[in-house]
Ligand binder design. Structure first.
Ligand SMILES: Cc1cc2nc3c(=O)[nH]c(=O)nc-3n(C[C@H](O)[C@H](O)[C@H](O)COP(=O)(O)OP(=O)(O)OC[C@H]3O[C@@H](n4cnc5c(N)ncnc54)[C@H](O)[C@@H]3O)c2cc1C
Length: 429
């Protein structure tokens, strides 16, 4: 710490990136004030992973990084090298919070611990590092003189000066968590490019369609593939935009669950071009293999009805809708289930078009895609290339990873880099 003096660092936003940044800056010797507009820290962390908090993803950091889009992965290279998933987990386990890894690589606190315990531990390490935490502190704007950040203006008009300012105010989804997109307005007014914002990791709202009904709400499909497709000139299935494999949940407005989150960003980005949602209930089988299975079933159960077959391959509430899509008579017995009808069933099970996507609600997304353009931020320090001593970390940046702990990892790692750099004397290169 030879080149570090007691710099006055102000961090705005007490979420994932802000807490990590404040802790890292204090550990690096700075005098740190953390300003959070809500009456508690980490409100969004509390609802993460359905309250369980998917902390990060297991595996080598290059693998974690490569789950992001190419330009985001490049930007994150340094931060993911400097502060890894293991580094973050060590912070928690050193404070006695045990974690476990699911077979799919997602890491959570070991139950009964959950997101509340994560926030508690984070708050404890921040306070123990000597950070001055101010809650209920809504920041109105950033103070800049001669292209250098010098502090912030509070909502009541008072000002707080800083040698270095870290902005970690997150995105604009779930605004009740305190995230109302304030940072993007500030950055745009300072001359930063804000890449257009779209929903990512969000549910899909579907248009009214004979192939989907609001009263299926609550029905889930295990391990299916959801494909987002363009609509062709005939209003029919066009080219595939994105696919995601996992579980799917019907809601009263459309669909949700991992597969919906997985395709949401591509659908939102294609807007105003329409997208169709199409589901494959048998992703491990080719059409001919599924056809063979249905043929076998008909041989084995000649007296059972097609309705019984459908209930054996899909949730009972979906048997009738699938029969309608495939134009099948549910009462027909296996022995009389003709070849053409069997083929229509195969086609329906492998590519059931639920309908057009009406909306991908940005405010319901786990993360917002778009944000401060990455080319305008130095990824070695997270400092703005336009305003010196202004550091940006977390979701305010144009980064949106997939579901699986990737977004919190991006917040932890970029927060750490910003904190360390803000506490150090300015670079001269
Ligand atoms: C429902 C849901 C579930 C999620 N689950 C997961 C998950 O399991 N795993 C995962 O990796 N990611 C998950 N995410 C995404 C993850 O929570 C975010 O990527 C992450 O919190 C972003 O961190 P951040 O620090 O940038 O922003 P945030 O954690 O959102 O923190 C920003 C903070 O800034 C404060 N703030 C905003 N404006 C001001 C202002 N003007 N003045 C002062 N303070 C201000 C806010 O109150 C907030 O506390 C989930 C998100 C949601 C919405």
């Amino acid at each position: 710490m030879d080149d570090v003096t007691q710099r006055k660092v102000v961090v705005v936003g007490g979420g994932a990136a802000g807490m990590l940044a404040a802790w890292a800056a204090a550990k690096a010797g700075a005098h740190v004030t953390l300003l959070e507009k809500m009456e508690r820290l980490g409100t969004k962390i509390l609802i993460s992973g359905g309250g369980k908090c998917n902390l990060c993803h297991a595996g080598p950091m290059d693998d974690v990084r490569n789950k992001f889009r190419h330009n985001e992965a490049n930007f994150l290279r340094n931060a993911f090298r400097v502060f890894t998933n293991d580094d973050y987990l060590k912070l928690l386990t050193d404070k006695g919070l045990e974690v476990y890894t699911r077979p799919d690589g997602r890491i959570f606190p070991e139950p009964p611990a959950d997101a509340k315990d994560v926030v508690e531990v984070m708050e404890a390490i921040v306070r123990e590092a000597g950070v001055n935490v101010v809650l209920g502190a809504k920041i109105h704007g950033v103070l800049v003189t001669n292209d250098k950040a010098i502090g912030v203006e509070m909502d009541d008009g008072s000002r707080i000066g800083a040698d270095a300012l870290i902005i970690a105010v997150g995105g604009s989804s779930y605004p009740l968590t305190g995230c109302t997109g304030d940072g993007w307005k500030w950055m745009a007014s300072l001359g930063h490019t804000v890449v257009p914002l779209t929903a990512a990791l969000a549910p899909l709202y579907l248009e009214e369609s004979p192939n989907w009904a609001a009263d299926w709400s609550g029905v889930s499909l295990r391990d299916c593939v959801l494909r987002a497709r363009a609509v062709n000139a005939q209003g029919d299935k066009g080219k595939e935009r994105m696919r995601w494999r996992g579980d799917m949940l019907f809601t009263h407005k459309g669909i949700s669950g991992p597969v919906s989150l997985g395709v949401a960003r591509e659908i939102a980005e294609a807007w105003p071009e329409s997208s169709l949602a199409e589901v494959d209930l048998f992703p491990d089988m080719r059409e001919d293999q599924l056809r063979e299975e249905i043929d076998k079933w008909c041989l084995n159960y000649p007296r059972r009805s097609v309705g019984a077959l459908l209930e054996s391959v899909a949730p009972a509430r979906l048997a009738r809708p699938i029969a309608r899509v495939a134009m099948l008579d549910m009462e027909v017995k296996g022995a009389y289930f003709i070849a053409k009808a069997r083929q229509r069933l195969v086609v329906a099970l492998k590519g059931w078009v639920l309908g057009k996507v009406r909306a991908v609600p940005l405010e319901r997304g786990e993360v917002v895609a778009g944000g401060v353009a990455l080319g305008e931020v130095d990824n070695r320090t997270m400092m703005s290339r336009k305003i010196s001593e202004l550091y940006l970390c977390g979701e305010i940046l144009d980064i949106a990873g997939p579901v699986g702990g990737y977004n919190l990892q991006a917040a932890w790692s970029t927060g750490f880099v910003a904190g360390q750099a803000a506490a150090a004397l300015p670079r001269t290169d």
